[in-house]
Design a protein around this ligand. Structure first.
Ligand SMILES: *Cc1c(COP(=O)(O)O)cnc(C)c1O
Length: 378
């Protein structure tokens, strides 16, 4: 028997205090008790996003907030730029098409990061673009881009910058207001240490000016309804109130620890994993690796589909494989949330053992030792 350990980029492990909140009796949501919870959670999310803007809590997975961003910001026939460097970038593009936008796909090689120059050029080539949609971290490839530089470039135009921060916020340094990001979306089951089911979105004054001028082709994710309700610390529809209570526990923990510490520890776990990969001969997929998710090429001669399967079934260690054309070619490890140094060592040890089972020549302990060297530093 093995303990089940989660290292896939969502869902991530949930802290005990949060699990206990989820076990408590159901309560009613149109109450002062709930309103107080939503007020505190909103404040915690403002801290985590580093924004003074309101943060709206939507019931749904992260994609619900992505849909809200597209539906509220881009009217039918208007031009939007979707950066496609992986599975989640494709989702921006698909959402744009679903709402009848004129979608300009800005394709980058999977594993490469989009640059501010590329965005500036695309904006120049497509005058009238109302919004640019990016991922802070493209989870399918473990690639992070320079959001701050991109925001600076977009700010020089009338377009809004929308950042999918679902594997960025709470894991990688991020400051919505200071950087000038117009819309940030987050989901609960990654760096926020929660089950899936809550999505968050915040909008700048520039984004609100655009959204206030139109009526979105949406009902459930009409952000004006959320704004109106939040004035009374309420949600427009029945909220997942038990998840909101759980979210308080996890976000209180992030606040208590401090964002800078959370970012630094996430980074250290990524560095330890990358150090282990180096000595084990597993190459990074990304030319701009994210500290929230590491994507590694499966070594030559090893069955790429069998590797994550063996780690999960033989050793209780759940990582993720590749998606689309990277299926069977890469493996991915999350470094987000409720993980510690010993979890990282367990993941590396399980990787070594699974590689051994699948016939690779493994110098047992070499990856673990490389990770320990990083994790032991003060
Ligand atoms: C997980 C994730 C999402 C959201 O997917 P859901 O399945 O709707 O939660 C979106 N973008 C990125 C970058 C993600 O990692």
């Amino acid at each position: 028997m093995y303990k089940q350990r989660l290292f896939a980029p969502g869902p991530t492990p949930v802290p005990e205090e949060t699990l206990l909140e989820l076990a408590r009796p159901m309560f009613h949501h149109r109450t002062g008790e709930y309103r107080k919870m939503l007020e505190t959670l909103t404040g915690n999310m403002q801290y985590i996003l580093q924004t003074h803007q309101e943060v709206y809590t939507i019931t749904g997975s992260g994609s619900a907030a992505m849909e809200a961003a597209v539906a509220n910001l881009v009217a039918k026939g208007e031009t939007m730029i979707a950066v496609r460097g992986g599975k989640f970038g494709e989702r921006w593009s698909e959402l744009g098409h679903a709402f009848g936008a004129n979608v300009v796909d800005l394709d980058v090689e999977w594993g490469d990061a989009i640059t501010a120059d590329q965005i500036a050029n695309a904006l120049q080539a497509n005058p009238g673009t109302v919004a640019v949609f990016i991922q802070h971290c493209e989870t399918s490839t473990g690639t992070a881009c320079d959001v701050q530089a991109i925001a600076k470039a977009v700010a020089q135009t009338d377009a809004c910058l929308v950042v999918d921060g679902i594997t960025g916020v709470g894991a990688l340094p991020f400051a919505m207001d200071e950087w000038g990001v117009d819309v940030t979306v987050v989901g609960s089951q990654k760096a926020l240490m929660l089950p899936a089911g809550l999505a968050f979105i915040a909008c700048s004054d520039k984004a609100w000016a655009k959204m206030d001028a139109t009526t979105p082709p949406a009902y459930y994710v009409d952000l004006k309804a959320y704004r109106k309700s939040l004035a009374k610390w309420d949600n427009p529809w029945t909220p997942a109130n038990s998840l909101v209570r759980a979210a308080l526990a996890s976000t209180n923990q992030i606040r208590a620890e401090g964002l800078e510490t959370v970012w630094a520890e996430t980074r250290r776990r990524a560095e330890a994993t990358r150090a282990a990969a180096r000595v084990l001969g597993l190459e990074l997929l990304s030319s701009s690796p994210s500290d929230s998710v590491t994507a590694l090429h499966v070594p030559e001669g090893v069955d790429g589909a069998a590797l994550p399967k063996t780690m999960a079934e033989a050793f209780g260690t759940r990582i993720a494989g590749g998606q689309a054309h990277l299926k069977g070619k890469i493996i991915r490890f999350s470094h987000m949330g409720y993980l510690d140094a010993f979890d990282v060592l367990a993941a590396v040890a399980a990787l070594e053992m699974a590689l051994g089972r699948l016939g690779a020549t493994v110098d047992y302990g070499a990856g673990v030792a490389a990770a320990q060297k990083v994790l032991a530093k003060e």
